[in-house]
Design a protein around this ligand. Sequence first.
Ligand SMILES: Cc1ncc(COP(=O)(O)O)c(C=O)c1O
Length: 442
Amino acid sequence: MTKQETSARNRIFRQVAAYYKKFHKKPAFRPGESFVNYGGRVYDEKEMINLTDTALDFWLTSGRYCAEFERQLGAYLGVKHVSLVNSGSSANLIAFMALTSPKLGARRIKPGDEVITVAAGFPTTVTPIIQYGAVPVFVDVELPSYNINCSLLKKALSKKTKAVMLAHTLGNPFNIKAVKDFCLKHSVYLIEDNCDALGSRYDGKFTGTFGDIGTSSFYPPHHMTMGEGGAVYTNDGQLKRLIDSFRDWGRDCWCPSGKDNTCGCRFTQKFGGLPLGYDHKYVYSHFGYNLKATEMQAAVGLAQLKKFPAFVEARKKNWAYLKRALAPFAKQLILPEPTPNADPSWFGFLVTVRENAGFTRDQLVAHLEANKIQTRMLFAGNLIKHPCFDEMRATGRGYRVAGKLENTDRILNSTFWIGVYPGMTHEMLQYMAKTFADFLRH
Ligand SMILES: Cc1ncc(COP(=O)(O)O)c(C=O)c1O
C-alpha cells in the first residue's frame, strides 16, 4: 500500500471512530424500562474500523483477513487447522460431511450408519445426520449439567455406530473423558459442537480440541461475533483437506481464493475418469457446497478475538453472580453446575423449575418477560417433538432412541435460561436478581 493510500485510510478510520463514539453509545440502563437481553454484540470502534478497511480493500470474498483470523483462532485454541465458514450450522454440516468422504475408507459414515447424539439442544447439531440419510441415535441427558448421560453410551452403541456428535450445552463441557474413551474404544469419530462453548476448558484444555473435529458459531449472541460466521477445527491434516473440500464446492484443489497452482502440479495429475493433466482447480472429489466466509466477517472477528479473553471472564463473573443471587431459591429451582474438571465459558444461566415449586416454568418466564428480562428455552428442548420430526415420528423410521428421554422431556417442560453476556452491567444483574426474588418470595 502506498504512503498516500495509508494516510487516506487513516483519515477515514479517525472519522469512523468519531462516528462510533457519537452514534453508537449505549443508552443508560433504566430498570423495568430497558430490556435485559440474553445476548448481543459487544463491540467498539475497532470492529467498525476493520470492517471499513475491508470495504476499502474491496476484496469481498475470503482473503487476508480470513487467513489471519484462521491463524489467530488456531493459535488461541492450540489447534493446527481452522477453516472459517459462514455460520455455525454450516460448520456442523461440513464437520459431519467431512466424515462421509470415501477417502476415509471403512471408517467413513455411510447412509444408514448411526451417530449418537442428544435431543436436548440446537437442531443443526443433528440436521446434517438426517439430511445425509444417517440415523441419529438419541440418548438422555443429565441435570444439572444438561449434557449427555454417558452411562447410556453403551446402550446406544450398535454395529452401525460411526460417530458421536454432541454440543457442550450452553458452555458446560460434557464429560469429555467418558465420551472420548468410548469413541477410542469403539473406533468411532467424535464431533464436538463447540458453538456455545468457545473458551470453555476441560482438564485445562479448550473444548472443541478433544474430538476429531470441533465447530464454532459467531452469530451475535455467541461468545464472539461476526454477524454470521462459524469455524471448523481439527488437528488432523487429512480431515482439514476434506473440510475445505466440502466448504469449497467439493474441489480437490486447495489453493486459496485468487491463487493458482499452489501444489505445483496443476496440469500433470490423473483423477477419476478425467483425461491426464485436467486442470486440478476444477477436479471435484466430493459433492460439496460453497460455505466460505467473507473478508467483512473475518475483519469483525479479528477485532473480537482481541477482546475474547475478557469476554470469557465477564461471562464467568456474571454467571457466578446469578448463582449466588439465586442460591436461596434452590428448593424451587434446579441451578446449573459445572461438569467436574471443567471451567465453563458460559453461554447462559440455565434454570429448571422443580416439580413441587408451586409454580410452572411458563409462569416464571412470563413474569421475567413482563419485566423486560429476555428468556430463552434450551433451544429445541426435545427435538423429536418438533414438526420437522412429524413424518419420522409417525413412521418411527430414520432415528432411534436408546432408553427413555425423561430428562430431555423435563427440560422441554421446565427449563429456560437467561443471559450472562459481557454487555450485562452490574445494575442489570442486580435487577435480574431482584425480579427473580420478587416472584419467588411471593
Ligand atoms: C449448539 C449450537 N450449534 C449450532 C448452532 C448454529 O449456529 P449458527 O446460528 O451460527 O448457524 C447454534 C446456534 O445458536 C448452537 O447453539
